[in-house]
Design a protein around this ligand. Structure first.
Ligand SMILES: *Cc1c(COP(=O)(O)O)cnc(C)c1O
Length: 471
C-alpha cells in the first residue's frame, strides 16, 4: 500500500495527495511540546502518526488534507461520528447559557436534565449520578463509594476488592490497582493496593472461580469489579451474556457490592444501551465514561443505586457525606451534549444499526480475515472487535505494522499489542464496514503472509529462505 495519495476512495473519488513535508513539519512541532500517553516519543515520529485538523462524520482529515476512516472511534469515545449537526447545535446552545458551574454543594440545569434522562435508562434500582471527567475517575469513585458504604453502615472489615485477570479500569492508582497490569504498568506495582484476582475472560471458568472467591472472602470484600461482556483493553476477551448472572447471585447471597465498569461497553457498543442489560445484571454501582458525551467532551459518571446512596444520608457536615469530588464534574457543555446524544440514539434507532453492522462485520471477518495465515482468533461482541494475530517469531511487531498498513490505506487503526482492534462508530455504514474489513485483511496479508512464508522456510517470493528472516 503506497499511502493515501491517489487512492480511489470508497465513493470512487481520487483522494488528495499525501503531503509528507507538511505532515512531517506538524509531527516535529508536536513532539517538541506534546508528550503522548502510552507512546514512545523517541519512536513517535517514525510510526506515521495522524495529525488531525478536522473531521467529517466518520472521517478524520489531517493537516495535509488526507482522509482517514476512524475505525477506532477516536479510542472508543466517538459513538455517532464527528461534527454531528444536532450534537454541535446542543453544544452551541449550552454555550450561550453557561459552560461550567460547580456541582459541589450546588446544581446546574444541564447536569440535572442529563441525569434525569440517563438514570432511568441504567439497569439499576434507582440511580444517583456522581459526575467526573474520565473513566478512571468514575472507577475510582465507585471504589471509594463502595468502601465508605460499609463504613457508613458501621460494618468493619470490608476493605478489599475482587477483580478479574486481564481487567483494565484506568490509569489512576486506584483504577490501576483493580486493573491487572500489562501495557508496561507493572513498574507501578509498588503503588498498587492488593486485590483478590479471579481469572481473566480468556478462561471460561473465570466467573465460576470468582463466585467461589466471593463466598470465601465475603467478610473482607467491599465490592466485586467487573467489565460486563467484554474485557476491552485486555484485547477484546469475551464471555457469553449468560455467564454473568451467577456473579450477581454470589454478590447478593454474600452481601458484597457489585460494580460494573461500563466505560468501554456502555452507550450502545455491544448492541444494547448497556452491556449489563444483556447479562441480566443490576449492579449496585456503575462506572460510565467514553461514549457518555458521544466523544465530544471529557465526562464520566459513577451511578449508585438507592441502597448505596441512602447509606450516605445523614447529618449536615457529618461523617456519612461522600468525601470526594472533581472540579469539572458534571460540566454543563458535556452534559448538554450527553443529553442530546441519548435522544439521538433513540430517535435514529442507532442500536438497530449496531446490531445489523455487528452481523455484517462478523460475516465479513469470517470470510476475509479469519482464514488468513497468521490470524489466531477473531473476537467480537457488537461493535467491539479484536483480531488476534500470531507472529511466527518474537519482535516482529505485527500489531504495529499491520495498523500502520491500515493507516497507509486510509483506515485509522490502533492495536493492543498483537490484537488489531476495530471499534467503529455505532453509525458505521455497510460500505464503511466493507472498507474497514477489506483494508484490515489487506494489511494482515501484506505484513503477515510475508513473515509466515519466510518463517516456514520459504520467502515471500516462494524462494527457500537461507536463514535470514524478514523483519
Ligand atoms: C478506557 C477505560 C477506562 C478508563 O477511562 P479513561 O477515560 O481513559 O480514564 C476504564 N475502564 C474501562 C473498561 C475502559 O475501557
Amino acid at each position: 500500500m503506497g499511502g493515501a495519495a491517489g487512492r480511489a476512495g470508497p465513493c470512487g473519488l481520487v483522494e488528495p495527495p499525501t503531503d509528507h513535508a507538511t505532515v512531517r513539519a506538524w509531527v516535529d512541532r508536536d513532539r517538541a511540546v506534546v508528550w503522548h500517553g502510552f507512546t514512545q516519543m523517541a519512536a513517535y515520529a517514525d510510526n506515521s502518526p495522524v495529525i488531525a485538523e478536522s473531521a467529517e462524520g466518520h472521517w478524520i482529515i489531517d493537516v495535509a488534507g488526507n482522509r482517514y476512516l476512524d475505525a477506532i472511534s477516536s479510542l472508543w469515545v466517538t459513538t455517532v461520528g464527528h461534527r454531528v449537526p444536532r450534537l454541535d447545535a446542543a453544544l452551541r446552545d449550552q454555550l450561550d447559557r453557561v459552560a461550567h458551574t460547580t456541582l459541589l454543594g450546588n446544581g446546574s440545569r444541564a447536569a440535572i436534565e442529563f441525569a434525569e434522562a440517563l438514570a432511568p435508562r441504567l439497569p439499576m434500582d434507582g440511580a444517583h449520578l456522581v459526575f467526573a471527567s474520565d473513566g478512571a475517575a468514575a472507577v475510582e469513585q465507585a471504589l471509594k463509594i463502595a468502601l465508605q458504604y460499609w463504613v457508613n453502615l458501621g460494618v468493619a472489615g470490608h476493605t478489599r476488592y475482587l477483580a478479574f485477570g486481564g481487567a483494565y479500569h484506568g490509569d489512576t492508582i486506584g483504577s490501576l490497582s483493580v486493573g491487572d497490569g500489562g501495557f508496561g504498568t507493572d513498574l507501578f506495582d509498588p503503588l498498587r493496593f492488593g486485590v483478590l484476582r479471579a481469572p481473566g475472560f480468556d478462561r471460561p471458568d473465570a466467573i465460576e472461580v470468582a463466585c467461589r472467591m466471593v463466598a470465601k472472602h465475603a467478610g473482607e470484600l467491599a465490592a466485586v469489579v467487573v467489565e460486563p461482556l467484554v474485557q476491552g483493553a485486555a484485547g477484546m476477551h469475551l464471555l457469553p451474556p449468560e455467564a454473568f448472572a451467577p456473579l450477581q447471585d454470589a454478590c447478593r447471597r454474600h452481601d458484597v457490592l457489585l460494580v460494573c465498569d461500563e466505560v468501554a461497553v456502555g452507550f450502545g457498543r455491544t448492541g444494547t444501551l448497556f452491556a449489563s442489560e444483556q447479562c441480566g445484571l443490576r449492579p449496585d454501582l456503575m462506572a460510565l465514561g467514553k461514549g457518555i458525551s458521544a466523544g465530544y467532551l471529557a465526562l464520566s459518571a459513577t451511578a449508585a443505586d438507592d441502597r448505596v446512596y441512602e447509606a450516605f444520608l445523614g447529618e449536615d457536615l457529618g461523617a456519612r457525606t461522600l468525601h470526594h469530588g472533581h472540579s469539572y464534574g458534571g460540566n454543563a457543555l458535556a452534559c448538554a451534549v450527553g443529553l442530546e446524544h441519548l435522544r439521538l440514539i433513540d430517535d435514529e434507532d442507532v442500536l438497530t444499526n449496531v446490531r445489523g453492522r455487528a452481523e455484517q462485520f462478523a460475516d465479513l471477518l469470517d470470510r476475509q480475515v479469519a482464514p488468513l495465515p497468521g490470524v489466531a482468533e477473531v473476537r467480537q461482541h457488537g461493535l467491539m472487535i479484536g483480531v488476534e494475530v500470531a507472529p511466527p517469531a518474537e519482535g516482529l511487531r505485527w500489531g504495529r505494522r499491520i495498523s500502520a498498513a491500515c493507516v497507509a490505506g486510509g483506515v485509522l487503526i490502533r492495536p493492543l499489542g498483537d490484537v488489531i482492534v476495530i471499534v467503529p462508530h455505532l453509525t458505521t455504514t455497510a460500505e464503511e464496514a466493507e472498507l474497514i474489513v477489506a483494508t484490515v485483511a489487506g494489511a494482515i496479508a501484506e505484513v503477515a503472509t510475508a513473515d509466515v512464508a519466510t518463517a516456514d522456510g520459504v520467502t515471500a517470493d516462494g524462494v527457500p529462505a537461507d536463514g535470514a528472516r524478514a523483519v
